[in-house]
Write a protein that binds this ligand. Structure first.
Ligand SMILES: Cc1cc2nc3c(=O)[nH]c(=O)nc-3n(C[C@H](O)[C@H](O)[C@H](O)COP(=O)(O)OP(=O)(O)OC[C@H]3O[C@@H](n4cnc5c(N)ncnc54)[C@H](O)[C@@H]3O)c2cc1C
Length: 438
C-alpha cells in the first residue's frame, strides 16, 4: 500500500516539496496530495510589479493543476488535524468538511499581515501580501489620481493624493517605490495635477529602513527614495487611523485615503489551532530536519515555521529563497523516511538580495557585490525570469517586460472589477417614471 503524503498549502513550500517528490519518488512508493484554497501559487517577489502594472496578475502566479500533474490537488483549507488518528479536516469552498488520512503531513500555510493594536487600522488599512491586494492597490492609486483631478475641493484632493505606507522592510519599500514610480510616470496624463501635489510617506518604527539587508544597500535604497520625494519617517509609529485621519507618533496628523500596512507578518491563526508547539511569534517549532517537535510524522517549513538556521545562529528569515530550499530539502527528507532512512538538517546560505524600486531602478547584493540602478534592475529581472517555474510563465513574464520596455505605465483603472454586478444591478432597477406620463 503506497504511503500518503499530505501537503497543507500550495505556496512556495507546497509547490517545491511536491515538485521534488514527484521527481524523486518511485512508482507506487507514495501518493502526494496538495490541499490549498487557491489553484495557483503566488510568486510574491513579483507582486510589487503587479501593483505597478508592469506585470499581468495572471503571469505572476503558477497554476498548480498544470504544474503538478501526477499529484492530487484538493481545492480547500486544512482547518484542523488529529495527530492520533493521522487525519486532517478539509473545508472545501462549498459543501461539508471531510477527513483526509495521511502517513506524513507537511504544513506550509504561509503567513498573513501582523496587525498592531492601532485604533482604526483594521477598518481602514490594507495589506500587501496577496495578489488581490496588489491588483487592488494599483487600481486604487489610479482612482485617487482621478478623484484628485476631478474635484474642486482642496481638502479632498489633498486626502486623495496622500499615500501612507507603514513598515520599512523590503515589502513596504518595494510597494511604495513601485506605486510611486507608476503614479509619477502617468502624471503627464493629468494636466490638473503636479508631482509636488502627491505625498508619499514611509513610516518605520526602527531607526532605519531595510534592517534585513546590509547598511550600504539600505542606504542606497533610502537615497533613491528620498531623491524621488518619498518622505521616510524612521523612529515613527502609526498611533491611530480613525475618521480618515492618520496620527503619527511624531505628532503629524494626515488626512489620507491610502493606508498600506506592511509592518511584518505572522502565521495564520489556524496554525496555532492545530495543537502543535509554536514559538512566541506563533511559528511551528521544528528541528533542523523540519520535523515538528513532539509530533511524529508532521513536518513544517516556510513562513509558518521556525526553521533553525545554522548560518545565523537563530531561525531562518521568512523569505521565498529559504522556503524554496526548505521545500526541496523537506521532500528529500520525506523520501528518505519513506525508504526507512534518516532525514538531513536544512542548511542554506543566501546568495544575494534584490529590491525593486520602480522601472529601471533597483538595488541588489549578489555574491557580496552591490549593484544599483538599471544594472541591479536587469539582474533582478534576469534572476526571477529564470526562477519562476515552467517555460510558460518564464515566457509570459519576459514577454510582459519586453513589451512594456518602450512604453510608460498603463493608466487604465479597472476598479469596476471590484463591483462586477454594478452595471447589471443598475439595469435591473426600475426606470424612473417620466413626468409627462400618467
Ligand atoms: C510583497 C512581497 C514581496 C516579497 N518579495 C520577496 C523577495 O523578493 N524575495 C524573497 O525571498 N521573498 C520575498 N517575499 C517573501 C516570500 O514570498 C515568502 O517568504 C514565501 O511566500 C513563503 O512561502 P510559504 O510557502 O511559507 O508561504 P506562501 O507562499 O504564502 O504559501 C502559503 C500557502 O498556504 C495556503 N493556505 C493558507 N491557508 C491554508 C489552509 N488553511 N489550508 C491549506 N492551505 C492554506 C495559501 O493559500 C498559500 O498557497 C515577499 C513577500 C511579499 C508579501
Amino acid at each position: 500500500m503506497p504511503k500518503r503524503i499530505v501537503i497543507a498549502g500550495g505556496g512556495y513550500v507546497g509547490l517545491y516539496t511536491a515538485l521534488r517528490l514527484r521527481q524523486r519518488l518511485r512508482e507506487g512508493e507514495a501518493e502526494v496530495v496538495v490541499v490549498s484554497p487557491d489553484n495557483f501559487m503566488t510568486y510574491r517577489p513579483l507582486l510589487p510589479e503587479v501593483a505597478s502594472g508592469t506585470l499581468e496578475p495572471r503571469h505572476a502566479v503558477v497554476p498548480l493543476r498544470a504544474v503538478l500533474r501526477g499529484t492530487r490537488f484538493v481545492s480547500g483549507k486544512v482547518v484542523s488535524a488529529d495527530r492520533e488518528g493521522k487525519t486532517v479536516v478539509v473545508r472545501p469552498a462549498a459543501g461539508p468538511v471531510w477527513e483526509l488520512d495521511y502517513d506524513e503531513l507537511v504544513i506550509g500555510m504561509g503567513a498573513v499581515a501582523k496587525l498592531a493594536p492601532v485604533p482604526g487600522l483594521a477598518e481602514n488599512g490594507i495589506g500587501f501580501n496577496s495578489l488581490a491586494e496588489g491588483v487592488h492597490l494599483r487600481d486604487h492609486v489610479l482612482r485617487q489620481l482621478e478623484i484628485a483631478s476631478a474635484t474642486p475641493d482642496p481638502e479632498l484632493r489633498r486626502c486623495a493624493l496622500t499615500f501612507v505606507f507603514v513598515g520599512g522592510g523590503y515589502t513596504g519599500v518595494e510597494a511604495i517605490a513601485e506605486l510611486q514610480d507608476m503614479a509619477t510616470d502617468v502624471l503627464a496624463g493629468y494636466p490638473e495635477l503636479e508631482a509636488a501635489d502627491m505625498r508619499w510617506i514611509l513610516v518605520e518604527a526602527l531607526d532605519r529602513i531595510l534592517t534585513t539587508v546590509s547598511d550600504d544597500l539600505a542606504d542606497l535604497a533610502a537615497d533613491e527614495l528620498t531623491r524621488r520625494g518619498i518622505d521616510i519617517r524612521t523612529g515613527t509609529r502609526l498611533d491611530s487611523a480613525e475618521e480618515g485621519v492618520l496620527a503619527l507618533s511624531d505628532g503629524t496628523k494626515l488626512s489620507a485615503s491610502t493606508l498600506v500596512w506592511v509592518a511584518g507578518t505572522r502565521p495564520r491563526s489556524v496554525v496555532a489551532e492545530l495543537g502543535l508547539p509554536v514559538d512566541d511569534g506563533g511559528r511551528l517549532v521544528v528541528d533542523a530536519a523540519m520535523r515538528v517537535e513532539r509530533a511524529e510524522h508532521v513536518w513544517a517549513a516556510g513562513d509558518c515555521a521556525a526553521v533553525p538556521d545554522p548560518e545565523r545562529d537563530g531561525v531562518c528569515p521568512p523569505t521565498a529563497q529559504h522556503a524554496v530550499r526548505q521545500g526541496e530539502q523537506l521532500a528529500d527528507n520525506l523520501v528518505a523516511v519513506v525508504r526507512g532512512g534518516r532525514p538531513s538538517p536544512f542548511r542554506y546560505r543566501s546568495k544575494g538580495e534584490f529590491i525593486t524600486l520602480g522601472k529601471n531602478k533597483a538595488v541588489a547584493e549578489v555574491f557580496g557585490r552591490k549593484l544599483a540602478g538599471s544594472l541591479a534592475w536587469a539582474a533582478r529581472r534576469g534572476y526571477y525570469a529564470t526562477q519562476i517555474p515552467t517555460w510558460n510563465r518564464k515566457v509570459r513574464v519576459l514577454g510582459d517586460w519586453l513589451v512594456g520596455m518602450p512604453f510608460g505605465h498603463d493608466v487604465v483603472d479597472f476598479g469596476s472589477r471590484e463591483a462586477p454586478r454594478g452595471a447589471f444591478e443598475e439595469a435591473a432597477r426600475k426606470p424612473a417614471r417620466s413626468s409627462t406620463q400618467g
